[in-house]
Design a protein. Structure first.
Length: 205
């Protein structure tokens, strides 16, 4: 759903909290970190918003009016098993929060929450959930440099490499200049022609 940015992925984050002031602060901090943020105030609204793949991470307040706590977390998991869930709690200790919930979640944040802790926790949960942490531009640059270096090491011109791979000179030039990462098929042809593996083009990530 969401494109990535360098250093941390651009994540889709759902905030479930009836404290509008706190939610606005979370939205500002996470937005400044490059994430897409949606805020809802109730558990029912959260269930209406969540669908498989819609969000990477959900920040869920432990205490909400209506549907809340373990029942809400269980229903969120049932809708999207890959959703990273971070429980936001005002309990004085995490042990108390864990006992109150009795359901596995990815992380806990205890109020008051420092901005750096919020951003770091969301990024960590995103990594655990397998979100790609590299942006497209960086990927293209790394592949471009690798292809160029291996072509030159083999003493090949773009025209010669084009003949070996069956790829156009314009495509090869675009890959080397980081205008395109190339399709998997194109990278496989390049890897074969340059006597390496596709993974070797990604060593700089």
């Amino acid at each position: 759903m969401v494109a990535s940015t360098e250093a941390t992925a651009r994540l889709a984050v759902l905030i479930v909290d009836d404290d509008a002031t706190l939610a606005a602060a979370f939205t500002r901090v996470l937005g400044d970190a490059g994430h897409e943020v949606v805020h809802v105030a109730t558990g029912e609204a959260a269930l209406a918003a969540v669908r498989p793949g819609a969000f990477h991470v959900a920040l869920v307040d432990l205490v909400l009016p209506g549907l809340a706590g373990a029942p809400l977390l269980a229903e969120l998991r049932a809708v999207d098993a890959d959703l990273g869930i971070v429980v936001v709690t005002g309990y004085p200790s995490l042990d108390t929060a864990v006992a109150a919930i009795g359901v596995h979640v990815d992380a806990y944040l205890t109020k008051p929450i420092a901005s750096a802790d919020l951003v770091a926790t969301v990024a960590t949960v995103g990594r655990r959930r397998g979100v790609i942490m590299h942006d497209v531009a960086r990927l293209q640059a790394v592949i471009g440099r690798a292809v160029n270096a291996r072509r030159l090491a083999h003493g090949l011109t773009l025209k010669q490499l084009a003949r070996r791979t069956g790829l156009s000179i314009s495509l090869l030039s675009g890959i080397e200049r980081a205008r395109s990462a190339g399709s998997v098929g194109a990278l496989l042809r390049l890897a074969t022609a340059l006597d390496c593996r596709i993974a070797d083009f990604l060593d700089g990530l």
